[in-house]
Ligand binder design. Structure first.
Ligand code: EPZ
Length: 417
């Protein structure tokens, strides 16, 4: 097991390059199945979750060639359409592979996905979208078998703008006969990146980023190369680290347009923020002001920033109220912050945070990716030493994290126990 030892209290100061987006990379890696050829991707973060996706592609017959700054993916010899259960259970987003297999081969067998412990994470909306497209689904002994002779474009209306289900519907309908129209689609920037990637391959998709997406089926998709968008949640995480102890940070390769709601909230806490097309600079105030947060589907405040923002607000002046509207169980990290001196009470979907003068180092445990990131944010600002255990969760989503933190002047080291 891996842990971080953080000697807190130092200001976060300096400049770092934000890595490529985990949540844009995963559906795009799945989408490389659709051209049954060669795809070259740039700016894919080297993290557990992208490596897992590569493992799945290899199990299906794909070939992965990692070079210095690019990944060459060859899906021309894919013959399998059964996603290995042991890999599915380790990562929820592997269900995205199903949409690509169905889009290309009209067959996919998989089990219910695993993922972070932030809620039941059902896939009913994914399966309803597949059924709408004429795909037969049979479930037995935890296995889901999907198959059809051909995929016919259809109207798909989502009762909830699910990111994964929207991505799966796009992947399954790219090569369909006719046009698919998705309404109440998720609007996240990662879906725009997926549309841009697929259209570069020759797909005919429009509307990503809005609630209505139209996919006109085409016969074939071609080989391409593509540069993955920056990771907006990594950018937001580093901004909160600097904001918490009046630090000063410059993020390069960061798109402020992707996190307007986070930037607005940081300015409300008293941070001074300057932005340009690919850069965000933040100066933290002497003392943060408390603010209220409600997580919502994009363009609302992102649920992935909830725990990280909460950690930052534990030493703000005043009380903050957080409402988590997306996942059912995304407050597990609060118990760990309370061990560091935070004053937080959780009541159903809400968490009330009463600002304290400062946090104190303690031994804490990460329970999921963004909850673990929140503990690191807290440890950087706390007085004394914080040990964050189970940081494997955090390394799923943040590339070269300790390297970047050391660049920013943080006293952090990784330890294997
Ligand atoms: C994506 O997860 C992201 N993961 C999550 O980031 C992110 O928190 C989430 O979108 C919301 O923005 C990736 O992109 C790999 P959803 P996803 O389907 O697709 C319910 C991170 O930390 N739902 O939009 O799983 C679901 O239970 C991760 O990087 C159904 O009920 O999110 C949840 O309550 C965590 N039925 C809500 O919708 C379904 O069929 C949002 O889920 C699907 C989802």
């Amino acid at each position: 097991m891996l842990e971080y030892i953080i000697k807190g209290g130092k200001k976060v100061e300096g400049c770092i390059q934000v890595s490529g987006s985990k949540n844009a990379s995963l559906p795009i890696i799945a989408a490389t199945i659709l051209n049954q050829g060669i795809t070259t991707l740039y700016n894919v973060p080297n993290i557990h979750d992208t490596q897992m996706m590569f493992e799945i592609l290899k199990k299906l017959g794909g070939k992965i060639n990692k070079k210095a700054n690019k990944i060459i993916i060859d899906t021309s010899k894919i013959t399998e359409y059964v996603i290995p259960e042991e890999l599915m259970s380790q990562m929820r987003s592997s269900v995205i592979i199903a949409g690509a297999l169905l889009g290309k081969y009209k067959r996919a067998t998989f089990s219910y996905p695993g993922g972070c412990d932030i809620g039941p994470r059902p896939i009913d909306l994914h399966l309803k979208a597949f059924e709408k497209l004429g795909i037969n689904i049979s479930k037995n002994y935890g296995k889901i078998e999907c198959f059809c002779d051909k995929i016919i474009g259809e109207k798909i209306d989502f009762e909830f703008p699910s990111v994964g289900a929207t991505e799966n519907a796009i992947l399954a309908s790219c090569l369909a006969e006719g046009t698919t129209v998705i309404t109440n689609a998720a609007r996240e920037p990662e879906i725009i990146d997926l549309q841009n990637f697929l259209n570069k391959m020759g797909a005919k998709i429009q509307g990503a980023g809005s609630s209505k997406i139209e996919i006109e089926g085409v016969k074939k998709l071609k080989d391409v190369n593509y540069n993955i968008m920056p990771d907006r949640i990594e950018a937001g995480t580093f901004l909160c680290m600097a904001a918490m102890n009046s630090g000063n940070i410059i993020l390069e390769n960061a798109n402020p347009e992707h996190i307007i709601s986070v930037i607005d909230k940081l300015e409300e806490t008293g941070c001074k923020i300057k932005t340009s097309k690919n850069q965000i600079e933040l100066q933290g105030p002497k003392k943060l002001k408390a603010v209220d947060i409600k997580t919502m589907p994009y363009p609302g405040f992102p649920t992935d920033m909830q725990s990280i923002f909460a950690a930052m607000l534990t030493t703000a002046k005043g009380s903050s109220i957080i409402v988590e509207n997306i996942f059912e169980n995304r407050y597990k990290y609060t118990q760990e912050l309370i061990r560091m001196g935070a004053k937080i009470t959780v009541e159903g979907k809400s968490a009330i945070i009463k600002g304290v003068r400062r946090l104190y180092g303690a031994k804490v445990k990460a329970t999921d990716l963004r909850g673990g990131a929140a503990l690191i944010v807290a440890g950087i600002s706390a007085k004394g030493t914080t040990t964050v255990e189970n940081i494997e969760y955090v390394l799923r989503g943040y590339e070269k994290l300790d390297e970047k933190l050391k660049t920013l002047g943080i006293d952090i080291k990784m330890q294997k126990i």
